[in-house]
Write a protein that binds this ligand. Structure first.
Ligand SMILES: Cc1cc2nc3c(=O)[nH]c(=O)nc-3n(C[C@H](O)[C@H](O)[C@H](O)COP(=O)(O)O)c2cc1C
Length: 193
């Protein structure tokens, strides 16, 4: 897939095929993420890949989905739920550092783009019970969960709509249950000097 097509068509996915993503594909996503830009090239992010069904199902219970259309985009366990999670962590004392958070954003977006190219859909998740996931995975006490990425082969293809009105950015479902994600045009967000 052309990069431009990936950039235009990648959307957050909340409906997944139940076919597991092979470990080598998950590894390829981390291989993309590790090369993302990061402050001073410090590379302070760490990852826990969760793909054993029991743990995936447990983590799922600590997540919240698509607040703007809730509960209509809640994945259904055994039918449309993610088949894996990537848990992104950093050192506890650095967890609220703007630079680490920024590194995390760059890495996650890189992972999402690499995934889309392979037909793997992602949902970057912040509405999660970090403490519960931390204890479930028995992560070390000195590490903190920044975000998690839910993923699996995409079973929906949301679309973006170009808009100029910053008051209309809320995503929505149409009559055919297709998710629309309004995105402001360049003219709406940029000025030129
Ligand atoms: C920092 C961050 C946290 C997010 N947390 C959640 C979440 O907890 N649950 C969810 O369903 N989507 C979550 N999302 C996905 C956003 O809702 C989604 O990116 C946004 O609607 C734009 O859609 P797009 O990714 O298709 O462009 C999060 C995205 C970001 C960047």
């Amino acid at each position: 897939m052309e990069l431009q097509q990936v950039l235009k068509e990648r959307r957050t996915v909340r409906r997944f095929s139940q076919t597991p993503v092979p470990d080598e594909e998950l590894r390829a996503l981390l291989d993309a993420g590790r090369l993302a830009s990061c402050a001073r090239n410090d590379q302070r992010l760490r990852y826990t890949v969760v793909r054993t069904p029991e743990l995936v199902n447990r983590i799922f219970t600590f997540t919240a989905w698509a607040g703007s259309v809730t509960p209509r985009r809640d994945p259904v366990p055994g039918m449309t739920a993610p088949t894996a999670f990537i848990v992104v962590t950093g050192k506890k004392e650095e967890a609220s550092s703007p630079l680490l958070q920024t590194d995390c954003g760059a890495a996650i977006q890189t992972i999402q783009l690499a995934a889309w190219e392979k037909g793997i859909g992602c949902c970057w998740m912040g509405a999660i019970d970090r403490q519960a996931i931390h204890s479930l995975l028995e992560l070390p006490g000195d590490c903190a969960i920044l975000y998690i990425i839910a993923l699996g082969y995409a079973a929906e293809k949301p679309v973006h709509d170009d808009i100029d009105d910053p008051g209309k950015v809320k995503y929505y479902l149409d009559d055919n249950d297709l998710l629309h994600v309004p995105k402001l045009t360049v003219d709406a967000i940029a000025s030129w000097k």
